[in-house]
Design a protein around this ligand. Structure first.
Ligand code: GLN
Length: 303
């Protein structure tokens, strides 16, 4: 360095935002994650000097984002149902459309007689988003949550520990490593609601490239298949043994799978089959009620 060179200074907040090469919102989220300054504080003090250590951390995280890693993995968190979930690459990043599944499960749990002890099972819980959201929103509901991945369950347990009141009337969430129902024994009580956001992406779906940072287990499952419905078929076939007589199975599925899932539920004798649309207007969740004795009139409609 010659005496004429300016002494390198860590940038101000505004300079870092302008030069980091990220969309503004992502840059602001990183800055908040690293410095604790929220967007309002960032806007109010653009001249604030960043120390060298902060800049080094910001630059390292920004490089991961520029390389295509999802923001949720870079910050390690994602909001779902108004709660902040920790996520790692071992779990699918919770999506806003899955909040519909929580809403529909809560509606059905709320419709149960007040004398009953409502029970819900979340299959393939991943980060625990659905199970934790239900447990948090309805303290009296008993919640079970399973996943085939021990690493995912570790993340889910951590989220439950931080977000669910351990002293809630329904008790803590019962977590278990289980390939769908395989790890549940006959002592497991029957459920009023079984919910799942299972893998449903088809084996050669072109979208998989955009999802390459997320676990294949959560997207295409253990046995990737041509139409993406392999795991939904297994769940639909096995669920009745674990449902209360009028219990509901609620499944998230792909944008073009609703009719297939309704047909599948129908073929297995479920009643009250209904598909619901997400905020984008896409049929995203299909529900069916546990197969009923002969004489029960199943109807099928879209709401
Ligand atoms: N909804 C996810 C997507 O972005 C897929 C999740 C899943 O397979 N359950 O395609």
């Amino acid at each position: 360095m010659t005496p004429a060179d300016p002494i390198p200074q860590p940038p101000t907040l505004a300079q870092w935002l302008d030069t980091c090469g990220l969309p503004r919102l992502h840059a602001q989220v990183l800055l908040h994650h690293v410095s604790g300054l929220n967007r309002t504080q960032q806007l109010a003090h653009p001249e604030r000097a960043l120390d060298a250590q902060t800049v080094a951390r910001l630059d390292a995280l920004a490089a991961r984002l520029r390389a295509g890693e999802p923001l949720a993995y870079v910050t390690g968190e994602r909001e779902f149902y108004g709660l902040s979930f920790q996520v790692t690459p071992a779990v699918l990043i919770p999506r806003p459309e899955t909040e519909l599944l929580v809403d529909l499960a809560l509606q059905r749990l709320d419709a149960l007689p007040s004398t009953a002890t409502p029970r819900l099972l979340d299959l393939g819980t991943g980060s625990g988003a659905i199970a934790v959201a239900v447990a948090q929103a309805r303290p009296q509901v008993q919640v079970w949550a399973v996943d085939a991945s021990a690493q995912a369950l570790h993340v889910a347990r951590g989220n439950a520990a931080r977000l669910v009141d351990a002293a809630r009337p329904g008790g803590p969430i019962h977590f278990a490593v289980s390939d769908w129902f395989a790890g549940l024994d006959d002592a497991t009580p029957r459920f009023d609601c079984i919910v799942s956001n299972p893998p449903y992406v088809a084996q050669h779906d072109p979208h998989l490239d955009a999802l390459r940072h997320e676990p294949a287990l959560a997207l295409v499952g253990q046995q990737p298949n041509a139409d993406g419905l392999g795991d939904i078929r297994r769940i639909v076939g096995a669920a009745p043994r674990f449902l209360q007589p009028h219990g509901w199975l609620l499944l998230e599925h792909g944008y073009d799978q609703a009719a297939s899932v309704r047909n599948l539920l129908h073929a297995h004798g479920y009643g009250g089959i209904v598909s619901s649309r997400d905020l984008a207007g896409i049929e995203r969740v299909t529900a069916g009620q546990c197969p009923q004795p002969p004489g029960f009139a199943a109807d099928s409609k879209i709401v």
